[in-house]
Design a binder for this molecule. Structure first.
Ligand code: NDP
Length: 327
């Protein structure tokens, strides 16, 4: 395993990490979740990602039971939660980034995960109806209370992240360290262009999500819809519709050809493509089976194959390199 600094912080996270969205407490049983987390930990993964909304709190409960059972030394791993969407309730007091919900959500996550503190705590989306001062002060206070160690954002604009930093600077508070954006071969704008300045100025770290576009970039949807996979699960129509298009599948077929030439799988090529970006601190994997996790972990062994020439060939297929603004 390789480890990278989480932005300008001193915390080193494993380049591949593991998250539980749609799997824990939903798609897979507790035994399977345990086997996956154990496999991840045994192979050097030191960051486990979670959120209050995942399976409406159940994902955190499952992870908490596993952490409690494994008894891994608390200084050997990091665990996160995210606040904004709530854990099921939709009352105005139960969602958002106001002080009441952040404090209550943090206490609930600590209880469900059975830990004394969260290493990383994310604001899952921006909250247009709460003053940024209130959110920054609350996160700072949670750090002061020892309930969280680092705080960050997810799917915030560069401007919103900078506003949080300006407030933190003004009042001498601890600002956000990391952002959790979607990043994969089909979704590039924020990571490659929008944040490009703030990697340098505030030292933003990134914990990227859906590196395989929910499995599309493994090539498993190239010949139709396989059974028992995420995008074929009942209720996942919304995700299937936004993820699978004919154009994308055609591109994945060509990417698969390059992967074959390089003697790696399509999933491994898609993951190493993310890993060569130095602004990616950690790639959150979302495997539902041990074989998938094994294949994905082995991708790092192929990192040296991703030469500028390979990247150029991939650009030729993707045709979606986001343009940088001209000055
Ligand atoms: P991926 O894009 O990697 O998708 C994971 C899914 O793809 C798996 O559950 C599996 O689905 C399939 N898959 C993975 N590896 C393989 C393989 N080698 N072969 C075949 N199929 C494979 O990541 P996620 O979308 O799960 O995102 C990762 C994590 O990011 C989440 O768990 C969560 O922690 C975080 N996240 C954060 C968000 C945010 O807003 N901050 C939003 C979404 C995710 P299956 O077996 O069912 O086909």
């Amino acid at each position: 395993m390789q480890y990278r600094r989480l932005g300008k912080s001193g915390l080193k996270v494993s380049l591949l990490s593991y998250g539980s969205w749609l799997t824990f407490g939903k798609q897979i049983g507790d035994d399977q979740s345990e086997a996956l987390m154990k496999y991840a930990y045994d192979n050097g993964i030191n960051f486990f990602d979670n959120a209050e909304i995942y399976s409406r709190g159940e994902s955190e409960r499952v992870m908490g039971r596993i952490l409690n059972k494994m008894q891994w030394s608390r200084d050997s791993y990091t665990v996160s939660s995210k606040v904004f969407f709530g854990d099921g309730g939709k009352l105005p007091t139960q969602v958002g980034l106001h002080r009441k919900h952040i404090v209550e959500a943090c206490n609930a996550a600590l209880k469900r995960l059975q830990v004394e503190y969260l290493d990383l705590y994310f604001c899952h989306r921006p909250d247009k109806e709460t003053p940024i001062e209130e959110t920054v002060w609350t996160m700072h206070n949670l750090i002061q209370q020892g309930k969280i160690l680092y705080w960050g954002t997810s799917e915030w604009s560069a401007q919103e992240i900078m506003e949080a930093h300006m407030v933190a600077q003004k009042y001498n508070l601890i600002g956000p360290v990391m952002e959790q954006p979607q990043y994969n071969m089909f979704h590039r704008e924020k990571v490659e262009v929008e944040y490009s300045q703030i990697y340098k100025t505030v030292g933003l770290g990134t914990t990227i999500w859906s590196p395989l576009a929910s499995g599309l970039l493994t090539g498993k949807y190239n010949d139709g819809m396989p059974k028992y996979t995420r995008l074929n699960i009942e209720g996942m129509d919304w995700l299937r519709e936004r993820t699978i298009t004919e154009e994308r599948v055609n591109k994945v077929k060509q990417i698969a050809q390059i992967a074959k030439e390089l003697d790696m799988t399509t999933a491994q090529l898609a993951l190493t493509w993310c890993a060569v970006n130095p602004n990616v601190s950690t790639i959150i994997l979302g495997a539902s089976k041990i074989e998938q996790l094994k294949e994905n972990l082995e991708s790092l062994e192929h990192l040296h194959k991703i030469t500028p020439e390979v990247m150029e060939r991939l650009e030729g297929i993707l045709q979606n390199k986001p343009a940088r603004p001209e000055f």
